[in-house]
Design a protein around this ligand. Structure first.
Ligand code: BYC
Length: 334
């Protein structure tokens, strides 16, 4: 773990004059659009918010490999298989950059893994839905990666340096993911009637869960006020959701698809698409662990962890042997 020890005590009760001064320096750094780096002093609330968000984000990337991994062996051509494999590997890489960024805040990777495996940690609600047909792979690229880009581009300007820098590369890769997804959709929609129907069915199932990815509505978003003040968040959940809808609806119409959204309408005055009401009870249920695939996702993750135990053990033994050999060589040279 490459981090400093925790270098701040809780400032929730900012009483001591030195803490007041530190908070002022911290906030003025943020207001000046400079980055906060791991060794800079930061309030515990800022640290906690980042640990929570970055680790949830990392877990989402890792669990997010499962719905797509489900289709590697059934991809319809070698080209599609190679692209899907590369995409899934990218997601694993995103998880690694993000765990590394979160570790700089003083929490070990093992702790993050434990929290995920025990079911204590959250990850994005979207990955608790099943991938039933090949069209779902197109939809994930188009909608899920599309939503991810909308949410993550502003995170490239997040005030915490390691997170912001990780997001730059992540966003470049997400952009490729979104295009490969849209290309799958385009191929299906220009194909046979059965392929087009498969694409429509996938859109019907994934549209609302994709909108839920942006989190609760602004009035229910408990972390937004702090995250906005600290420039972790640059746009509210509802603003990003609206941007996503405005960008995505014309893309869907170009495909010749309809949205499962009877109240979808364009408002000339505002230039926005009205999308109606999200079923927040479904969102809460899925986040609470009762979505269609929550149990399977965690069970699979646990199984993978158990299956990989021998690799970790072998790596540790090898590292210890190397350490002993290097120590013996040093003694011999003296
Ligand atoms: N699912 O106060 P709020 C990817 C939780 S990976 C589950 O608005 P915040 C990809 C929230 O955590 C995509 N939980 O929170 C990978 C909080 O609970 P706690 C992942 C959700 O943090 C593979 C509570 O609700 N992207 O793209 O200010 C293949 C209240 O919410 C969700 C990221 O993680 C949800 N959808 O805002 C393909 C981006 N939404 O912690 C693609 C980084 C909210 O108090 N994260 N909650 O227990 C963020 O930008 C923010 O954390 C959020 C939520 C906008 C998601």
């Amino acid at each position: 773990m490459y981090t400093q020890a925790l270098n701040s005590k809780d400032t929730d009760a900012v009483a001591r004059p030195e803490d007041v001064a530190r908070v002022a320096v911290f906030q003025s750094t943020i207001d000046a659009e400079d980055k906060i780096e791991p060794n800079d002093w930061m309030p515990d609330g800022y640290r906690r918010t980042l640990v929570r968000q970055i680790s949830q984000h990392a877990h989402s990337e890792v669990i997010g490999m499962q719905p797509e991994g489900n289709w590697i062996t059934r991809a319809p051509s070698l080209r599609r298989k190679a692209a899907l494999l590369a995409k899934i590997q990218d997601e694993a890489g995103h998880g690694l950059y993000l765990y590394a960024a979160a570790e700089t805040l003083g929490v070990s990777r093992e702790t993050f893994y434990e929290q995920l495996l025990s079911g204590k940690a959250k990850y994005s609600s979207i990955f608790n839905y099943p991938t039933e047909t090949w069209a779902d792979i197109g939809i994930i690229g188009w909608l899920v990666d599309g939503a991810a880009i909308m949410n993550q581009i502003p995170l490239c300007r997040c005030s915490y340096g390691p997170y912001a820098r990780a997001m730059i590369r992540v966003c470049k890769e997400e952009s490729f993911h979104q295009r490969q997804g849209y290309e799958i959709m385009l191929t299906l929609c220009r194909g046979t009637a059965a392929q087009k129907a498969m694409a429509q069915d996938a859109l019907n199932r994934w549209w609302w869960p994709a909108l839920m990815m942006f989190g609760p509505s602004d009035k229910d978003s408990m972390h937004s006020a702090d995250s906005t003040r600290w420039k972790i968040k640059r746009f509210s959940n509802d603003d990003l959701r609206q941007k996503f809808v405005d960008a995505t609806v014309p893309q869907g119409h170009f495909l010749g698809l309809t949205f499962p959204n009877p109240s979808l309408s364009y408002d000339e005055a505002s230039g926005h698409w009205n999308y109606g009401e999200i079923d927040w009870s479904e969102f809460k249920r899925v986040v609470a662990g009762d979505g269609p695939m929550n149990k399977q996702r965690i069970a699979r993750r646990r199984q993978t962890e158990a299956d990989g135990a021998w690799v970790r053990e072998a790596a540790m033994v090898y590292a210890e042997k190397r350490r002993q050999r290097a120590a013996a060589a040093k003694v011999a040279a003296e």
